[in-house]
Design a binder for this molecule. Structure first.
Ligand code: OSB
Ligand code: MG
Length: 371
């Protein structure tokens, strides 16, 4: 039966991270973003979340471009006519180039709504089967190696299934050698967020001795060609994050040999339907995937949990507990991690309720769009 979206509400939120998070391209402390609420003709409610940051450091999208694109282009397209299935949302937006994070937030709300209408979990609606998922944690660049080792130790003790360490020129090989000495056996990987070029290949090759699970996005954010060259020079598997924006990017990267692993971020690829397609493509080609993170609040986190229940998410993702990021999250219950495992919620849709009180308290602006 077709779904008529009657109303979309954009809640603009401002949240402060418990701890600043530093990558090779900058430091995050505050996150402003939109919670998208979509309401159908039966009164069902679905939620999505924009994952862009306030500055265009990770990709070209920002919270403000998300707002512009959703308000002026995407929401009118979504409200224009009913849909049969959430898989129609991304194609419905095809006249608008890129802006995947804006598209994904709206599509995510429709997926949650669709699952709730059909009294199933979002995980089930996506074809996921896992009842629990393994998760790791991503650790930002720290002021000193001593602090980095302390932070890693704390999270290893908490049971996270793998540790990802952010690197950049001047904070890489030597730091990781020290980390490896202190933690000889932990599943360990690094993420460069595009801080290197092919000229650094000899330098990066030294990481091959450290038994890392992978090196994430060493080269340019828009490259898949040089990564293939680098992968031929390295033993350590390359994982692509920033470079993969679509099914076709993934197809080309696989064909070129640019990566052995792909970090899937729902927002980066334009939504859950595209994420599932890329997941399936990777599975067919023997490419492992894991679910990346964008320092999400509870709604985005819940979407990541649901996606990760698909079979080929064989490696622990970055979806750590809500409490790692926020004093108080916007969902009830919050996402909790025990011994590196998240129990997938069993309630319909994203499976977590919205904590309306917290949502209201963090909202700086609210806009309603009616059909
Ligand atoms: O490259 O995966 C990344 C955070 C902000 C921007 C980019 C990245 C990250 C992380 C942390 O690594 C992911 C998370 O904990 O949500
Ligand atoms: Mg990354």
């Amino acid at each position: 039966m077709s779904i008529t979206i009657e109303k979309v509400i954009l809640h603009k939120l401002q949240m402060r991270l418990k701890h600043a998070f530093t990558t090779s391209f900058g430091t995050f402390q505050d996150k402003d973003f939109f919670v998208v609420e979509a309401i159908d003709e039966k009164g069902n409610i679905g939620f999505g979340e924009t994952v862009a940051f306030s500055s265009p450091w990770y990709s070209e999208e920002t919270t403000q471009t998300n707002e512009h694109i959703m308000k002026d282009f995407l929401i009118p397209l979504l409200l224009k006519k009913p849909i049969e299935h959430p898989d129609e949302v991304f194609p419905r937006f095809s006249s608008i180039r890129k802006n995947h994070m804006a598209k994904s937030a709206l599509e995510g709300a429709v997926w949650d709504l669709y699952a709730k209408r059909n009294n199933m979990t979002l995980a089930e609606a996506l074809g996921g089967t896992k009842k629990e998922i393994d998760v790791g944690i991503s650790i930002g660049i720290q002021p000193t190696v001593k602090e980095l080792i302390e932070v890693i130790g704390k999270h290893v003790e908490e049971g996270y299934k793998r540790i990802k360490v952010k690197i950049k020129p001047g904070w890489d090989v030597d730091v990781m050698r020290e980390v490896r000495n202190v933690f000889p056996d932990i599943p360990l990987m690094v993420d460069a967020n595009s801080a290197y070029t092919l000229e650094d290949a000899d330098h990066l090759k030294q990481l091959d001795d450290l038994n890392l699970m992978m090196i994430e996005q060493p080269l340019a954010h828009d490259d898949i060609f040089d990564h293939a060259e680098l992968q031929r020079l390295l033993k350590t598997p390359i994982c692509l994050d920033e470079s993969i924006h679509s099914y076709d990017d993934a197809r080309r990267a696989i064909q070129l040999g640019s990566a052995k692993i792909i970090n899937l971020k729902i927002g980066r690829v334009g939504g859950l339907s595209e994420s599932v397609r890329i997941h399936d493509l990777c599975q067919k080609n023997g490419i492992e995937v894991w679910c990346g993170g964008m320092l999400e609040a509870g709604v985005g986190r819940a979407h990541n949990v649901a996606l990760t229940t698909l079979k080929n998410f064989t490696l622990p993702g970055d979806t750590a507990s809500s409490s790692r990021y926020w004093e108080q999250d916007i969902i009830d219950p919050e996402v909790t991690v025990t011994n590196g495992i998240i129990q997938v919620p069993e309630k319909p849709g994203i499976g977590y309720d919205i904590n309306r009180q917290v949502l209201e308290a963090l909202t700086v602006e609210k806009t309603v769009f009616n059909n």
